[in-house]
Design a protein around this ligand. Structure first.
Ligand SMILES: C[S@@+](CC[C@H](N)C(=O)[O-])C[C@H]1O[C@@H](n2cnc3c(N)ncnc32)[C@H](O)[C@@H]1O
Ligand SMILES: [Zn+2]
Length: 274
């Protein structure tokens, strides 16, 4: 794990700073009673406390890996890359990094740490980082109690994962930036038109920051054509509709092997004060 990232970590138990053993296999805190964390074979650290929750399952991680890996959301990654560059963000924390699609792709020229509660997601993300040499680091941890020091990151990204404003304010440097992404009102409308007789527009994120200043808002919309049953099912399983669609409505989706739909991302940029 990159030394700059290790220097930003804090022990989830006693909040002390951490350091890596020279063999790179164990990370220890500098607290009065040293706490030790083994580096997993794929290269991540587990920095959760017992009973800290589960995060996404292996199946959900696999679906996201398959769909995102096909590049359907690559234009979103390009916009985030450009926005982080224009903020001159050299250190970035991805809060709720999932299987690391964006984290790994945004790590070029930056120190990037992805944190997620899902061990399966973090493991997949770390494996990808190892295979490709992306340079991104990963830890299992909670968005609401991030295992990093106060004022340690230039920027945070928070995509389709819970937004924890007070915790984000703690870990951002003064004048640090927060990018939050949610579904725009017409996101996946083509999918909903197949599933439902009267599809509604998405309501937008209800958990946006209230104490930070919004300095930019962008809308990214384009059309995608999802090829094949497997990818359509993977996309469907990434949506909230997966859990609340009746068997008969699901059957409509099962009958197609090509899906044309709009994607619509709402991208918000917030800045912390001095
Ligand atoms: C919809 S996925 C988005 C993943 C990734 N940001 C993306 O856009 O591909 C939501 C992620 O948030 C994670 N998550 C949910 N609650 C969390 C929490 N309290 N702390 C850390 N991660 C959490 C889940 O495990 C899951 O990986
Ligand atoms: Zn400790």
């Amino acid at each position: 794990m990159n030394a700059t990232i290790v220097s930003k970590l804090s022990c989830p138990i006693c909040k002390s700073a951490m350091q890596m053993d020279t063999d790179g296999k164990v990370c220890r805190c500098n607290g009065a009673r040293t706490h030790c964390y083994d580096v997993a074979r794929s290269g991540y650290l587990n920095l959760t406390l017992p009973g800290g929750g589960e995060g996404d399952s292996k199946a959900a991680v696999q679906a996201r890996k398959s769909f995102l890996g096909a590049g359907y959301y690559a234009p979103l990654c390009d916009v985030l890359d450009e926005m982080l560059s224009s903020c001159n963000a050299k250190s970035v924390l991805d809060a709720g990094s999932g299987e690391g699609y964006y984290t790994n792709r945004l790590a070029s020229g930056r120190d990037v740490l992805g944190v997620d509660l899902s061990r399966a997601g973090v493991d997949a993300a770390a494996k990808y980082a190892k295979q490709t040499g992306s340079g991104a680091a990963f830890a299992v941890g909670s968005i609401f109690s991030l295992p990093v020091a106060d004022e340690s990151f230039d920027a945070l990204i928070n995509l389709f994962a819970p937004c924890a404003e007070s915790e984000f304010l703690r870990v951002l440097k003064p004048m640090g930036n927060l990018l939050v992404v949610g579904a725009g009102e017409r996101h996946l409308f083509g999918l909903k038109e197949i599933l439902y007789e009267n599809p509604y527009l998405n309501p937008g994120r209800a958990d946006l920051p209230t104490d930070m200043k919004q300095i930019d808002r962008r809308r990214l919309t384009y059309r995608i054509e999802v090829e094949g049953r497997e990818q359509i099912e993977a996309l469907f399983s990434m949506t909230p509709y997966y859990w609340r669609t009746s068997e008969s409505d699901r059957a409509k989706l099962e009958a197609i092997d090509r899906l044309k739909t709009e994607v619509d991302f709402d991208i918000f940029l917030y800045r912390k004060g001095q």
